[in-house]
Design a protein around this ligand. Structure first.
Ligand code: SAM
Length: 240
């Protein structure tokens, strides 16, 4: 028994995707992943979940955005930020701190959020596919952590995630200032390359980030668009 544990520890990447049948009883520490078993994933959930409640965030997903911010510096003091798929509010809270004191973040979600917010953050209930954009103004950053309700049918879930990603990207296309940044969640499926190509068309640089807080068995990734390209087409009213 002791010998087999030692073997699993020395070859951690072989304990991949074994799910409930995994015999590993020594989950890897968070941040030491790559691929891992579900035991590893549950352990991470505990670590990130506990950290989130200790630090006052309603969800562990905050550490995904924190890593993206550390690696890509998407948010700056004073930014106006639109947060799509914001409930239960962790990204909104984190963003509010990063852009304080003069920045402002507005979050939208299908679900209502009940958390206390700082003055520079606002959470609204709404379907982002039906946003009234006319009163929103322009943003320095658009974030999307939107995820579909999963059906268990992998291809369908991947496609729905792609649709939500494209919805967020199109909102960014209309509302982001030139030079602005974008983060969008997408499940890595058949449409992933198409999503990346659409993102490249809009931004000078595109990065793919899979934060360590993403569960090891998850297909979720983030595409990060940096520096929205200058808008060359004139507004439609000027064409007449
Ligand atoms: N970033 C959030 C946080 O840190 O607290 C977590 C977001 S959660 C993973 C994904 C959210 O996307 C869900 O709350 C869901 O209601 C929302 N969502 C999915 N489709 C949406 C849509 N069409 N409009 C608005 N929100 C949507």
């Amino acid at each position: 028994m002791a010998r087999s544990r030692r073997r699993l520890r020395r070859r951690p990447n072989l304990a991949t995707r074994r799910g409930r049948g995994s015999r590993s009883r020594r989950p890897k520490r968070p941040g030491h992943g790559g691929l891992g078993s579900k035991i590893d994933s549950r352990s991470r959930k505990d670590v990130y979940g506990k950290k989130a409640s200790k630090e006052g965030y309603p969800a562990r997903s905050v550490y995904k955005l924190e890593e993206i911010q550390r690696r890509a510096r998407i948010l700056r003091k004073g930014d106006r930020v639109l947060d799509l798929g914001a409930a239960p509010g962790s990204w909104t809270l984190y963003t509010a701190k990063e852009i304080a004191p003069n920045g402002k973040v507005i979050g939208y979600d299908l679900k209502e959020c009940t958390i206390a917010l700082p003055k520079n953050a606002e959470l609204r209930v709404g379907d982002v596919t039906e946003l009234d954009e006319s009163e929103l103004g322009r943003f320095d950053v658009v974030l999307s952590d939107m995820a579909p309700n999963t059906s268990g049918k992998r291809d369908l879930d991947m496609y729905r995630s792609y649709e939500l990603y494209v919805t967020a990207l199109e909102i960014a296309e209309r509302l982001l200032k030139p030079g602005g940044n974008f983060v969008g969640k997408i499940f890595q499926g058949a449409e992933f390359e198409e999503a990346r190509a659409k993102t490249r068309a809009l931004f000078e640089k595109v990065r793919i980030i899979k934060p360590k807080a993403v569960r090891s068995e998850s297909y979720e990734l983030f595409l990060v668009g940096l520096k929205r390209r200058e808008i060359v087409a004139p507004p439609s009213g000027e064409e007449e």
